[in-house]
Design a protein around this ligand. Structure first.
Ligand code: NDP
Length: 399
């Protein structure tokens, strides 16, 4: 079977990057279809791309709509860059039509802000029995961060002891308060309780309660806050010797002050509240007021630096490996009209799709990216716009 048709669902910040980058790799993606809830967003992206792509309207909350779209467009792979709420309904559509699946964020129920792979891992047997492949979390974090860990384990360590994932956005968009990807998903993530893994146990903390400082290459020192992030769950499963893993993200004081006020007045609540005879979810209303993350791209300056500080042993000797990528907001805009947060998510999604379509990564069932050979992915990161840096330091370097 010729595997040259891809269906991208979701025409937001990340969808724009996936569509542009797939169009740049026309040797693999001869036929690109882009579908989303709002057709005009697909039209805008199609008009930016210099070659023809198919577009369609779909509400992917309804499996039957996605099934009909897949039957009309005949892809071998669906790339889901809509929202985490659609993951299961799109996976159901893939199973019904016999098509592979890829996403960048794990399923979340609308009424429960909680990262958990269980719901999607439960699809493993159904995908395996149908000979189909589902690849989960193929953005940057999760995604490239998992691949950095797999690469370090393959090339540098007999055993990994500890991992710190360090996510820094040192960019400036000139707005008083905005989120870099979907505001609803972003704020749910940040206001949730912190959580990390140590010596076989998960330890919970109040939201943003643990703070340190880290000197990011090409960026400088920044405050970092401990968060729970979904790749911690899969990395603990797939690197069984791990003693500790934590995830850290940078936030400026201005952002945190706005967030605290919004929380204090109830605007980040995700439960419906009665308002003038109807029910509204405050966080969904807030999303309608905040800038569309895509609209930030034009005036965004500065850089992101996302990477992993990994400690372990090789031949009984301790060492630390720091792997990271630096991405420039303005350069992303010049290339694909997006900011770096969307770019660093969309490029890995395209690379994962490329490895699946060309059969370099193949398996029947539901997988996380660290379960595959990291080398072809690492090689393509350098070729498709996300070059990485590797620093090897003797001994264990702590934060
Ligand atoms: P946006 O909100 O910019 O875009 C989401 C798009 O999905 C919108 O165009 C939206 O349509 C569409 N959509 C929403 N619901 C449906 C539906 N029911 N059916 C069809 N289309 C729908 O988000 P981003 O592009 O910033 O993020 C996309 C995904 O990437 C999210 O899941 C996010 O969590 C993930 N992500 C992953 C990262 C990683 O590193 N792994 C980092 C950043 C994001 P409409 O325009 O009509 O609202």
């Amino acid at each position: 079977m010729k595997r040259d048709t891809i269906l991208i669902i979701g025409a937001g910040g990340v969808g724009r990057v996936v569509a542009h980058k797939c169009a740049q790799a026309s040797d693999v993606f001869a036929n690109i279809q882009l579908a989303s809830r709002t057709l005009e967003k697909c039209e805008r992206i199609r008009d930016e791309i210099g070659r023809p792509i198919g577009i369609a309207q779909v509400d992917a909350d309804h499996t039957h709509e996605t099934v009909a779209l897949i039957r009309r467009t005949s892809p071998q792979l669906v790339v889901n860059v809509a929202l985490p709420y659609q993951d299961l309904s799109i996976m159901d559509a893939c199973l019904e039509t016999g098509v592979d699946y890829l996403d960048t964020a794990n399923y979340e129920p609308l009424d429960e802000a909680r990262f958990c792979y269980r719901w999607q891992w439960e699809y493993h047997d159904r995908f395996r029995e149908r000979g189909l492949m589902a690849l989960l979390g193929c953005g940057f974090d999760p995604g490239v961060t998992n691949i950095f860990c797999a690469y370090a384990r393959k090339h540098h360590f007999d055993a990994i002891d500890t991992i710190d994932i360090l996510d820094c956005n040192a960019g400036s968009h000139g707005k008083a308060f905005a989120t870099n990807f979907n505001p609803e998903i972003n704020i749910r993530e940040i206001t949730a309780r912190g959580r990390y893994y140590e010596n076989g146990k998960w330890i919970e903390t109040p939201p943003l309660a643990i703070k340190k400082s880290f000197d990011f290459p090409d960026v400088g020192p920044r405050d970092i806050y401990l968060l729970y992030h979904e790749e911690l769950e899969s990395l603990v499963k797939h690197i069984p010797e791990l003693q500790r893993i934590r995830f850290w993200m940078t936030f400026g004081q201005e952002y945190l002050t706005h967030l605290r006020v919004l929380e204090n007045i109830g605007m980040t609540r995700i439960d419906p509240v009665p308002f003038q005879g109807q029910k509204i979810v405050p966080l969904q209303f807030l999303k309608a007021l905040l800038p569309d993350p895509g609209s930030l791209a034009e005036n965004y300056t500065g850089k992101t630096n996302i990477g992993c500080l990994i400690r372990g042993t090789k031949n009984g000797v301790s060492k630390t490996v720091y792997l990271y990528n630096v991405c420039d907001h303005a350069a992303c805009y010049r290339e694909v009209r997006s900011q770096a947060v969307s770019y660093t998510t969309g490029v890995p999604a395209m690379i994962g799709a490329m490895l699946m379509q060309t059969g370099v990564w193949r398996g029947a069932g539901v997988f996380n990216v660290e379960q595959f050979d990291p080398d072809p992915f690492m090689d393509r990161l350098n070729r498709y716009g996300l070059p990485w840096v590797e620093k090897v330091i003797p001994g264990h370097v702590d934060l």
